[in-house]
Each structure stands twice: as C-alpha cells, then as structure tokens.
Design a protein around this ligand. Structure first.
Ligand SMILES: Nc1ncnc2c1ncn2[C@@H]1O[C@H](COP(=O)(O)OP(=O)(O)OP(=O)(O)O)[C@@H](O)[C@H]1O
Ligand SMILES: [Mg+2]
Length: 425
C-alpha cells in the first residue's frame, strides 16, 4: 500500500487576495484561503458544525481487552505513531491520537493527469484507548475513565486477539474471541444502561420550557425506553430503529453501543495469507456478521514491523508471508466508510486534493468544506465524475466533450466527483 506522509495533509497556507473579484472559478481552493481561517483537513470538523449544522468529528477509537495489540496497530496506522506498545496489560492509560491519510489510488491518477505539484489525501483520526476488562462499567481496571474516552469517538475498531503466543499475556488466560467480544460489548451495554437510567429519571421531571423542547424530550424518552429494552436483551442501541428526530434527540448522550463497529481480527504473521485457516478468525467473522458489523483481518505485529523497514524491503517481506498487501489500507478505507464519509476531488496544476464530506451533502455544503465563503457565496458547481475525467484526460477536455455538468445548490455531491466551484465573495 502506498503510504503518504502526514505532513502532506496540511497544505501551505496562502493569503486571500486583498481585493477579491466578485466571482471566482476556483481551481485551486487554497489560493483563496485566509491564513487564519483555512486550517487544512483538520479544520473540516469545525466548518461542518458551524456552517452546515452537521456535527462531525472524524474519530475512530481502537478498543479491546488489555494487551491485544491496540497500540501496536495504532503505531502502524499512524505515520510516526509513538504510542508505547509492550507486553503487559494496561500499558496504555492516556489515549493516543493520530492522523491517518486515507489511501486512494484515484488521487495519483488525477494528479498525474493534471500534472499537479502536490497531492493531498483525505484523513481521519485514530484514537488508541486503554484496555477494558470485565467490570469496567463498575470501575474495574481503568473503568469509567476508559469508557468516557470511547464516548468521544464516532466509530469503534474493536481489536480481537486471534494470535496464539504463550509469551504474550492474555488477561483471561486464553485466546477466546467470543468471550473477549462479549466482555467488551457487555461493559458498553452496562455503561449505556446506567446513563439511560439517569437520563430517564431526569426526563420524568419534564422541565421543557416550550412546546418544541417538550416534543424533543418526548421523542428522547420514547427512543431511550426502546433502547433500554434492547440493552436489557443484550443487544446494542444501534439495533433499535430510530427516526432522524429521535436520533437527534438522543445524540447528546453519546451512547457507546450506538456507534458503528468494525472487528479487527489480529492474527499471527503466519496466518496472514489464509486467515480462514485460523478458527479464531472464523469465529470473529461469524460474530461480526451476527452483530451487523464489519470485519478486517490484520497482523498488527507485521504492520508495525513493516513501518520499520525501508520501503523497498516491505514488498519482499510481504511476499515472504504469501501476501501482496498487509490489509492496513483496507482497514483505513473501511473505517472511512463506517464513518459515513465520502470523497470529492479538486484537481489542477497546483494540487490534486481529496476532500471529505458526509454522504448526502449538497454542492454548497461540500464547497463549505474548503472554505465557508465558498458555501455562503455559492453560485454553481462544475462537476464531472472521476471516470469521465479520466476518460477525457483533463477538465478542459471533459468540458469540450460536454461531460462537465453545471450543477446548482440542490445537487447532492457523488462519491468521486471532480469539482470546480463558482461563487461570490
Ligand atoms: N499479531 C500479533 N502477533 C504477535 N504479537 C502481537 C501481535 N499484535 C500485538 N502483539 C504483541 O502484543 C503485545 C501487546 O501489544 P500492545 O501494547 O499493542 O497491546 P495493547 O492492546 O495496546 O495493550 P494495553 O491495553 O495494555 O495498552 C506486544 O508485545 C505486541 O508486540
Ligand atoms: Mg496500548
């Protein structure tokens, strides 16, 4: 997998021209960015919530029992990741946070066609969280502190130990994915139940000031009662069908079991070529599908060793294990999709860049990801699909062939669109 240095994620900032023309056709958004306001990919979170009223942070939390390989995975996935990873439980206490570039082969194709000076991938954040043990919701191990770290992420990557190694301590004495998954899920359920109980107590007092708040409180109460029922049956909150209004009403609780999950089967290097030969992996696959969640098989150990090798030796090492790719790229992309994220591109001589949006965002909202002025002054978007861009060879050629569409403010941006925004400032 081609890895991209994280320093690429934060483009050099340039100043807005002091006298801006009233209408721009923007091929290079960073040219029009004010240095104090345009803060690269990381700034996206803020802009979504302020200008588009879409609350989004792009965090995926790495969760699991102690000593299963979470920090090892974090170090492999985050460029220059420096989390302490060692063979003893509760090695991690404070969470480690790092930015991860999302690999996307389309970027280099566009960049080559546009002869771009630089290429900037989309990114997400990974958070390496302390290990969880049975009883955490009652304060065992690192207990509630750990659970509050999970509350802050948007999706969960649950690392499940599938490698046998007598030298690596397993907190419950043996490798048993079903029991490990049950422990984690139960603790998350207990924590949610506790929170819901307290909240329902408060809601009973019914302190809503106006009819709108009253309606919202009623929706919250009804949703929480249904979720409580599911949790009592051992089912996560994400199983409960909620209307958009109800989802919004319960959002402030940041319930742990409402977050989407990917199970990460952490295997020994010898299992990487045919993971299904490992019965533990089969077990995790079955459980993941029962729990309506994704599965990615990876060897955190191999991935971390790969980062230590010079790039020319990496392919050789993977070949010796019978694979061409370790699966880290798959994990990052799966996480990106799990977060409900989509990509559109801008591509010109200066740069080709992948921009992150939420599925369903309109053209002005997508423009607002680049700069809030683009959203406020949005006029039209010139758009071509990735495939049409590649077939035509350039934006100019796509325009000549009539493949470039002029879209208005209601246009819902599609995955892989290559876009130019026309706007007033
Ligand atoms: N696939 C694997 N095969 C063999 N050993 C592994 C594998 N993955 C991780 N390990 C080893 O497991 C040990 C624990 O790893 P790590 O510190 O990453 O766990 P952790 O889940 O972060 O633990 P904690 O919860 O205590 O912070 C390390 O010695 C690491 O080298
Ligand atoms: Mg750790």
């Amino acid at each position: 997998m081609a890895r991209v240095a994280c320093s690429n994620l934060f483009p050099a900032l340039s100043l807005l021209p002091s006298k801006s023309p009233s209408s721009f056709l923007c091929t290079n958004p960073s040219l029009f960015a004010k240095s104090s306001q345009f803060i690269g990919v990381q700034g996206i979170n803020k802009r979504f919530s302020s200008s588009s009223k879409i609350s989004m942070s792009l965090k995926a939390g790495i969760v699991g029992l102690p000593n299963v390989g979470k920090s090892t995975l974090f170090n492999a996935v985050v460029e220059n990741g420096k989390a302490q990873a060692a063979n003893f439980p509760f090695c991690t206490i404070e969470p480690n946070v790092g930015t991860v570039a999302v690999p996307d082969p389309r970027l280099n194709v566009l960049s080559d066609l546009s002869k771009s000076q630089r290429t900037v991938p989309a990114s997400i954040e990974f958070v390496d969280i302390a290990g969880l043990v049975k009883g955490a919701s009652q304060g065992e191990g690192l207990g509630n502190k750990f659970l509050s770290n999970i509350r802050e992420v948007d999706s969960i990557l649950q690392v499940v130990r599938c490698f046998e190694d007598n030298d690596i301590v397993h907190v419950n004495g043996k490798v048993d994915p079903k029991s490990d998954i049950d422990v984690i899920n139960l603790e998350l359920i207990f924590s949610d139940l506790d929170q819901i109980e307290k909240r329902l107590e408060k809601l009973k007092k019914g302190k809503a000031k106006d009819s709108q708040s009253k309606l919202k409180e009623e929706a919250e109460k009804s949703a929480l009662e249904r979720i409580q029922g599911a949790l009592m049956d051992g089912k996560p909150a994400r199983y409960v069908a909620l209307s958009d209004f109800e989802k919004d009403a319960v959002k402030h609780l940041c319930l742990l079991t409402i977050k989407p999950v990917i199970y990460v089967a952490n295997v020994a290097e010898l299992d990487l070529a045919v993971p299904e030969n490992n019965p533990h992996v089969k077990e995790v696959r079955n459980l993941a599908s029962e729990l309506q969640s994704g599965l990615v098989t990876i060897s955190a150990q191999v991935e971390s060793e790969l980062t230590e090798l010079p790039s020319e030796e990496r392919a050789e090492y993977l070949k010796s294990l019978g694979v061409s790719d370790g699966g880290l790229g798959n994990l990052i992309r799966a996480t990106y999709n799990l977060l409900g994220l989509r990509t559109y591109f801008t591509s010109g001589e200066k740069e080709t860049k992948a921009w992150t949006i939420l599925a369903g965002m309109t053209a002005p909202q997508a423009a607002g990801v680049i700069h809030s002025d683009f959203e406020k002054g949005f006029i039209r978007a010139e758009t071509v699909s990735y495939d049409d861009f590649v077939a035509a060879g350039s934006l100019a050629a796509a325009r000549e062939k009539g493949l470039l569409r002029s879209e208005g403010k209601d246009y819902v941006v599609q995955e892989g669109d290559v876009m130019l925004f026309r706007f007033n400032v």
